[in-house]
Design a protein around this ligand. Structure first.
Ligand SMILES: N[C@@H]1[C@@H](O)[C@H](O)[C@@H](COP(=O)(O)O)O[C@@H]1O
Length: 246
């Protein structure tokens, strides 16, 4: 795994943006795997600037998002479709038909999961998969205990995950109980994986990840099985791992 240590959130975002843009410059038909959450917001801002300042074009790019809340439609302000449209897709020259996100309202949900996994295999897997990191080590919405062989599936969200994400909702009751997420196996299919971690809250998870070892109760640790992973951490997120070394 390649570790890139940067000073702060801004540097993490611009360093990630350079890697994404290089991928697109190398292959204008790139497939990008995208994450939601607050971590990649700065990266998405940088990518939007890149369209204007560095003439990066997304006309032929396809995107595959990691996850979506069950029960939230595309026009619900807390759906990940709404998030991705508002924070990235509406501001770049991508074709909306080329942006893929699980449909949280589809029924039965199992059929939607199968459709999505087949889509990953058909148009993907991503050349570059962006990942944030849950405080409990989750990636996408793969909570601790998710098997390595998992493909796109419906998960019951942990209380801690719902509490972490309540800041985007009016109250805890409004946070959905379930989500559709790409599985560990679906994520590991990507050619390259870029994990971003910023801030003190992520320091324990970063420390545990960097200590090595693969364990089902810490989903990000499965990335040790992938040959091309880059982790970009800022000073705060790295602080506990750094203290360990001293
Ligand atoms: N499903 C998303 C994850 O993909 C994301 O990595 C995580 C961390 O969020 P944040 O970046 O806001 O810390 O939140 C959610 O649970």
């Amino acid at each position: 795994m390649k570790l890139i240590r940067v000073e702060n959130y801004e540097e993490m975002s611009s360093s990630a943006a350079r890697l994404v843009e290089q991928q697109i410059l190398d292959n204008s038909r790139s497939v990008l795997g995208l994450a939601t959450g607050s971590t990649p917001l700065g990266l998405y801002e940088q990518l939007i600037r890149g369209v204007h300042e560095r003439h990066i074009s997304y006309k032929q790019v396809q995107t595959i998002s990691l996850d979506e809340y069950c029960g939230l439609s595309a026009d619900h302000p807390n759906s990940y479709r709404y998030f991705m449209n508002g924070h990235l897709f509406q501001h770049i020259d991508i074709q909306l038909d080329n942006t893929h996100i699980p449909d949280g309202t589809a029924s039965p949900v199992e059929a939607e999961c199968q459709r999505y996994e087949a889509l990953i295999d058909r148009i993907g897997p991503p050349h570059l998969q962006i990942l944030g990191l849950g405080t409990n080590g989750h990636i996408g919405f793969n909570e601790p205990g998710t098997p390595e062989a998992s493909v796109t599936h419906c998960v019951k969200l942990e209380e801690s995950t719902r509490k972490s994400n309540v800041r985007f909702f009016s109250d805890l009751d409004s946070v959905p109980m379930h989500a559709i997420t790409m599985g560990i196996q679906s994520i590991l299919k990507s050619e390259q994986i870029l994990v971003l971690a910023s801030g003190k809250k992520k320091a324990p998870a970063v420390k545990r990840f960097l200590a090595g070892g693969v364990s089902e109760d810490f989903p990000v640790s499965f990335l040790w099985k992938h040959p091309h992973v880059t982790l970009i951490v800022d000073k705060e997120a790295y602080s506990l791992a750094a203290a360990e070394k001293e």
